[in-house]
Design a protein around this ligand. Sequence first.
Ligand code: AMP
Ligand code: GLY
Length: 391
Amino acid sequence: MKLGSYADTGEIANFAISLGIDFAVIGPEEPLSHGVADALDQANIPCVGPKKELARLETSKSFTRLLMKKYKIPGLPQFKVFESMDGVEDFLNELPGIVIKPDGLTGGKGVLVQGDHFQAKEEALAHCRQILESHPSVVVEEKLDGEEFSLQSFTDGNALIHCPPVQDHKRAFAGDKGPNTGGMGSYSCADHLLPFLKEEELKEAKAITKKVLDALAKETGELYKGVMYGGFIATKYGVKLIEYNARMGDPEAMNALSILSTDFGELCSAIALGKLGKIKGNFEHKSTVCKYAVPEGYPAAPQSGKKIFLGDVPKNCRVYYASVDKRKDDLFTSSSRAAAFVGIAPTLEEAEAIAENGVSSAQGLLFHREDIGTEGLIQKRVQHMKKLRGE
Ligand code: AMP
Ligand code: GLY
């Protein structure tokens, strides 16, 4: 089999036709952004994965913000979209804290947060100027304070099946220190809530996703089929939307799918054929903890091409290979996260112990975050929210 390009949507459709496949499940955002779902739909192959215009939910930050504004959907921070520098400085002066987002797919690396990536307003202005040289627009918004959580929802454009919420850990090092990464690990809880999150707040997030789904249909005349992954933040002013992805989260997919008791094939078929309302999405009441082993130096200067050994993982821990190369019988690191270790158990404490034992058994120039899913870090999150809510 030869490797093709995601941009060659016609060839992808012809390949799918030649295999006589029933439906396609499109995982990552890049093929969606090229319109692979559109090409397959034209070939009468139903898809799990939205068409190009609908995938703008992820590929264009301004599209989602403006859609929510137009349809008066709650959960927006203060924001403005700029196509030139006109008015940028005045708006920056209005914001208590600043976040800058280039419009377009940036591989998750384009967002600039005041306090993390820059300090002074003058720097923010310079960043906006620079972004506008290579992007059609820039979204400038209020920096929100709170606890983030991921709500992954399956949809056929009408019905929604929400996964239990998950919390990811973006920072590279324990105690939420170091640079942002693709995600060092994540956890979910047996009660399908999170320790810092109130039931009403989860309901708010679900309601936002439902309203956005309906708005998408009104705006485009098409049904969104696939996954809406909402990156939400619980704040003292309620739940706000950080962003949507048009796919499952990495690592969050490993938490949610590990406890999905509905047959995944059946679920995907129901999404693709528009019959999701006819099935039930069930998730086991178990806690899950996922921890990534990543190459030393990740994310800035990962030690790639180094031999690693994952042979002694305890049997109760699941291992998912991510960015590793296999040469003969040996495994080598690549430039991104190497392997994920997932513990599933009745309590978070047990799930954490399983994941920690698993990830610790990996040998080579690797590191991981020991604190993910531990009581100490969870309590920090709980206290943070209590302080914000004034409890
Ligand atoms: P994204 O690339 O959109 O996932 O954003 C990366 C990270 O930037 C998010 O996970 C948040 O931690 C942070 N972020 C994005 N928007 C905001 C915001 N308005 N306020 C605070 N943090 C934000
Ligand atoms: N965990 C973040 C993402 O999948 O984008």
